[in-house]
Design a binder for this molecule. Structure first.
Ligand code: GAR
Length: 198
């Protein structure tokens, strides 16, 4: 089988990245070829190496806000592994329209809310403050607007009395670990119809 090549971009611990990597085996139409971080300190790099996946990093800090220069370096590194699909998995840098255009239709992101609700940060706190009875996560194609683009899948849960941003975040993260691999498998096989979990 001619597997789709997947690069996963992370900034932190990379728990979604680990689940994506673990899912890509057997008859899965894709394989992880690179885990790329924007800091050498991203905890996920070590976890990726332990799973035998190539890793690299491009530290954004020396670029001092020059996003185009930072992304030019990212593209250089990405090109070396020739990915077909980019998965943003807790990658906390805002990307320029030029970078997004280059990868449009081939770049996915996971976001911890039921988009279009709560783009940006502090999604769990905002869902609680709004008194929402349900909350969840979304995988979407990345387009020019922050945390926007066609929805490829959502997973939802009921907010419980006594939930805090931390308890909610932990339960949503478990859902993310189911949703992202499920969506990636469909996407890599050419299926862009939204997956709804559970
Ligand atoms: C995840 O909850 C992901 O949805 C969120 O960052 C976390 C990364 O966790 N992403 C965003 O907020 C993007 N807007 P991980 O490093 O353990 O996968």
């Amino acid at each position: 089988m001619n597997h789709k090549r997947v690069a996963i971009l992370i900034s932190g611990g990379g728990s979604n990245m680990v689940e994506l990597v673990k899912s890509m085996h057997g008859d899965h139409p894709a394989r992880a070829v690179l885990v790329l971080a924007n800091s050498a300190d991203a905890g996920g790099l070590k976890r990726a190496r332990a799973m035998g996946i190539a890793t690299d990093f491009v530290d954004h800090r020396p670029f001092k806000g020059d996003r185009a220069a930072f992304e030019a370096r990212l593209c250089d590194v990405l090109q070396q592994s020739a990915p077909d699909i980019l998965c943003l998995a807790g990658f906390m840098r805002i990307l320029t329209p030029e970078f997004i255009a280059k990868w449009q239709g081939r770049m996915l992101n996971i976001h911890p809310s039921l988009l279009p609700k709560y783009r940006g940060l502090n999604t769990h706190k905002r869902a609680l403050e709004a008194g929402d009875s349900e909350h969840g996560c979304t995988v979407h194609e990345v387009t020019g607007a922050l945390d926007d683009g066609p929805v490829l899948g959502q997973a939802r849960l009921r907010v419980r009395a006594g939930d805090t941003p931390d308890t909610l975040s932990a339960r949503v993260l478990k859902l993310e670990h189911q949703l992202y691999p499920a969506v990636l498998k469909r996407f890599a096989a050419g299926d862009k119809t939204p997956a709804l979990l559970p």
